[in-house]
Design a protein around this ligand. Structure first.
Ligand SMILES: NC(=O)c1ccc[n+]([C@@H]2O[C@H](COP(=O)([O-])OP(=O)(O)OC[C@H]3O[C@@H](n4cnc5c(N)ncnc54)[C@H](OP(=O)(O)O)[C@@H]3O)[C@@H](O)[C@H]2O)c1
Length: 336
């Protein structure tokens, strides 16, 4: 059954991988993005690789590439795939071009992007979703999925027809009633992104230093206290329940290596995409992660000073780079 056409708003790592996978499965896909990304795809098509070693190629001819939302676009589904800071602008561009009621799936991290997009595009029907896996741009036009998992989206009857399509495309999608819990579960894990970005190290090397892990544990503690106050139970997305994660993170290195062997099964060169944003001088999503914790804490009469400090370190002097932080220096900044 043809579910219709898909428009990807923000053709980057997530947009090209998920949109490209759907195109490879025969879905008509339009990628709206920047020339840096689209020119490479126009030249050589998309290369989508997976951690199981499989590679799919999508010829440029199988895609529609556009710098702006085409005036004649009438997609059945939009995948909103810009970074959090670009959400409002992207949503207003969608609103200006698309029919009212168009379904927009926010495949973004954080917990507020769907609400931000809805506010900027009230006529569109924006639904939150969550991408559990890591996708990296290995080279222009080449995107690699480095971890596993299934997409999750807010339960909506209009998405039912898409489930077999996403399944066939190798990007299976589950509809969930408890998406906020899932988003918070992911956000807790995303609190490592700013730590990783400030460390200047690959993820594995960073996680093998107890000082950085103590910083992450402290950020998660503040977040879980705020979640408790708000009555939100975050979903468990890692091998360890969110509440036990700080205890595991604080273990001495030798024990952490044993207990967290699965967590450490990461490509030796893998970094968080926030580290890439810093390297490219782009504003990071720290406000959508640590900033969100600060706001939730404040809304319930609590403070989250360590998360606030991370926002200050990464955002305070932007666009000036914050520099590299040793574990000792970061612990000192966070008063740990
Ligand atoms: N990558 C991952 O592994 C991963 C996994 C799970 C979730 N996520 C989340 O998914 C979201 C997207 O992440 P990503 O890594 O895919 O980001 P990305 O690679 O930076 O892709 C976003 C692309 O959208 C472009 N863009 C921004 N505004 C636009 C507009 N108005 N029109 C057209 N293009 C626009 C950006 O260009 P400019 O940079 O020039 O603005 C960029 O090329 C984030 O919320 C992220 O946290 C990412």
């Amino acid at each position: 059954m043809a579910a219709g056409a898909v428009l990807v708003m923000g053709a980057g790592s997530v947009g090209c991988f998920v949109g490209g996978s759907l195109a490879a499965a025969g879905v008509p896909v339009t990628l709206v993005g920047r020339p840096r990304v689209l020119d490479a795809i126009a030249r050589q098509g998309l290369v989508l690789s997976d951690l199981d070693g499989t590679t799919r190629r999508v010829p440029a001819a199988a895609l529609r590439l556009a710098a702006h939302v085409p005036a004649d676009a009438a997609p059945s589904l939009v995948l909103l795939c810009v970074k959090s800071g670009a959400t409002a602008q992207a949503a207003s561009e969608l609103a200006a071009a698309l029919p009212a009621g168009t379904r927009v799936l926010s495949l973004q991290n954080g917990v507020s992007n769907a609400a931000i997009a809805s506010a900027a595009a009230p006529a569109l029907k924006v639904l939150p979703a969550m991408v559990p896996y890591n996708i990296a741009e290995l080279a222009p036009g080449a995107f690699h999925r480095g971890t596993v998992g299934r997409l999750a989206a807010q339960d909506d009857p209009a998405l039912l027809q898409w489930l077999p399509v996403f399944e066939r495309a190798g990007v299976p999608l589950d509809l969930r009633a408890d998406l906020l819990a899932i988003q918070w579960g992911k956000l807790l894990l995303n609190l490592n992104n700013p730590v990783n970005a400030l460390s200047g190290l690959p993820l594995r090397d960073e996680l093998l230093q107890r000082g950085y892990r103590r910083c992450l544990a402290a950020l998660i503690d503040e977040a879980t206290a705020a979640l408790d106050a708000a009555g939100i139970e975050p979903a468990q997305l890692a091998a360890v329940p969110a509440r036990r994660l700080p205890m595991v993170l604080r273990l001495p290195n030798w024990l952490f290596r044993v207990v967290a062997a699965r967590m450490l099964r990461i490509d030796a060169k893998a970094r968080s995409s926030m580290a890439d944003d810093l390297a490219l001088g782009r504003r990071t999503e720290v406000d959508a992660f640590c900033g969100e914790v600060v706001r939730l804490a404040q809304a319930h009469g609590l403070a989250a000073p360590r998360n606030a400090k991370m926002v200050e370190l990464l955002d305070g002097g932007w666009p000036a780079p914050p520099g590299r932080f040793t574990p000792q220096r970061l612990c000192a900044q966070l008063a740990i």
